[in-house]
Design a protein around this ligand. Structure first.
Ligand SMILES: *[C@@H]1O[C@H](CO)[C@@H](O)[C@H](O)[C@H]1NC(C)=O
Ligand SMILES: *[C@@H]1O[C@H](CO)[C@@H](O)[C@H](O)[C@H]1NC(C)=O
Ligand SMILES: *[C@@H]1O[C@H](CO)[C@@H](O)[C@H](O)[C@H]1NC(C)=O
Ligand SMILES: *[C@@H]1O[C@H](CO)[C@@H](O)[C@H](O)[C@H]1NC(C)=O
Length: 293
């Protein structure tokens, strides 16, 4: 039965055939690319084993949306591909109802962990939407997702920011505010303004902030939400409380996510203790902005 089911022949496989393992189920439900990639690694054997496994299976569209250079890199590096695919597999038969907000889950990959979030009725894994949950198979359960979980998060928030050349002003401000230890905690959502964003601040504002740690930290904490809010958790006209206890306003305009008057230029960078959204404007609490208008 495996042959025809892997090929997704509807008549032979039907829906939810009792003999389908997690991989066959994922392939039938729109994960053909995943099936092909898994077969090029030695994970096929694992996933046909008794498990049970939970497979977060990206649909074909998710692979299409990957940067071509990423896809080429994965296809050319079996070891990396195996790691990335194993990162989509969790030991055990974990239903969507068992996932909690900001839950961190071990994977078969072994080093990087997944983060699940619940936003109202949405369930996400590393920010990817679960679009078809709880498809049971002989050896576990499949949740179809709309994104490939790549790259694997290996850096924490600070190491990511410190390693990103366009965020050097932010790194400097965080160190001047003595917030290094704060950012080692989490989980956090960080709206990270680029150096260009800092460059557009009114003259004198940044230098004044750097002289007053209380004022500086108030501004920096206005860029942080306690807990992990991926784009899937943001909606139009939503107000979210920042770590300085003041509210940020979210706008969704077409494809764009706007926080107050800052545009998110790179969304959903997964780090081990949260998520980073890169923004093009520094967020100023109204009282601070008023002093420079
Ligand atoms: C794809 O990835 C390459 C290398 O990482 C990068 O230079 C390029 O800008 C990316 N393209 C898109 C469309 O994201
Ligand atoms: C599967 O592949 C990985 C990485 O290529 C390798 O380390 C491992 O030993 C292989 N396992 C089996 C059972 O062949
Ligand atoms: C997984 O859990 C579901 C729901 O509790 C159950 O019906 C199914 O038999 C379980 N499957 C395995 C392989 O343990
Ligand atoms: C530093 O900033 C805080 C908060 O904005 C303000 O209350 C305080 O007066 C400032 N201190 C100095 C010395 O300017």
């Amino acid at each position: 039965m495996n042959g025809p089911c892997i090929l997704g022949l509807v008549l032979l496989c039907g829906s939810g055939l009792a003999e389908e393992n997690v991989l066959m189920t994922a392939v039938r439900l729109g994960g053909k690319t995943l099936g092909t990639l898994v077969q090029s690694t030695n994970l096929t054997g694992t996933l046909s084993g008794t498990g049970p496994f939970t497979l977060f299976a990206p649909v074909d569209k998710a692979f299409k949306a990957l940067n071509q250079s990423v896809l080429e890199k994965l296809s050319g590096d079996k070891e990396l591909l195996t790691r990335v695919l194993s990162y989509h597999v969790v030991s055990g038969n974990v239903t969507s109802g068992q996932l909690k907000n900001d839950m961190v889950v071990d994977t078969v990959e072994g080093t990087s962990k997944l983060r699940t979030n619940i936003y109202g009725s949405k369930v996400t894994v590393d920010g990817a939407n679960v679009i078809l949950p709880d498809q049971f198979a002989t050896n576990g359960v499949v949740h179809m997702i709309d994104r490939v979980l790549y790259p694997l998060p290996t850096q924490n928030l600070l190491t990511y920011v410190a390693g990103t050349p366009s965020l050097s002003q932010l790194v400097y401000a965080v160190s001047m505010g003595d917030l290094i230890d704060f950012f080692k905690g989490g989980p956090f959502t960080l709206f990270a303004p680029t150096d260009e964003a800092f460059g557009r601040l009114p003259p004198g504002l940044l230098s004044n902030l750097l002289l007053n740690k209380t004022a500086l930290n108030n501004v920096l904490e206005y860029h942080v939400i306690l807990g992990t809010v991926y784009s899937a958790g943001l909606s139009d006209n939503q107000r979210v409380q920042a770590a300085n206890n003041q509210d940020l306003t979210v706008k969704i305009e077409g494809e764009n996510v706007i926080i107050n008057d800052a545009k998110v230029t790179t969304a959903d960078v997964t780090v081990t203790n949260g998520v980073i959204h890169i923004i093009d404007t520094v967020l100023l609490p109204p009282s601070v902005a008023a002093g420079y208008s």
